[in-house]
Design a protein around this ligand. Sequence first.
Ligand code: TMP
Length: 201
Amino acid sequence: MFVTFEGIDLAGKSTQAELLEEYLKTKGFDVVTLREPGGTEVSEKIREILLNPRLYFNSFTELFLFEASRADLVRKIIKPKLEQGCIVICDRFWDSTIAYQGYGRNIPLNFIEMCNLYASDGLEPNLTFLLDLPLDLVLERLKTKSTDRMENEDKDFLIRVINGFRELSKKYPNRIHVVDGSDTIENIHQKIIKILNNYIG
Ligand code: TMP
């Protein structure tokens, strides 16, 4: 099973991904948690470039770097782990590319969908948790940390990305489950477990 976490920056995805991994391990599952971009030596190097606030590049360079990172991670780790029967949890996957490079940077969505398809080798998550957070909370949380290149974007970009994720949840209602990211860590975790257990049946 392939589970992904999505949402705007600082929505709490990484914390929830870790908690879900711990929960599934206590239930005896073989679990691996990864992040995008990242997860392999090549993809971690690409991540450093993508998030470096001193670097500037155009939207297509950005898109292809995210896809390059994905192409490496899917083939080297995600697919082999799924084939071994592992549950793979990924902190972001191709919904992020639709939300950030599509809605955020205005690259045509059908072009991104095609890039996603090839980069991910046709792999689609079984279950996606979208941690939804309103703009004012994102801005508040951003004030508390030093920001990377993506987090330096303006308010309008963030609004487009938040709305992009919401549009995706309408497009894939069976796969994408929206969870209120402003709730407490424990409440969010419990909601996620409930949805996952319903899915596993
Ligand atoms: P994060 O792993 O800390 O969430 O940071 C990754 C950043 O990269 C985040 O700002 C979202 C962004 N991103 C994209 O713009 N497109 C993508 O396809 C992915 C996977 C991430």
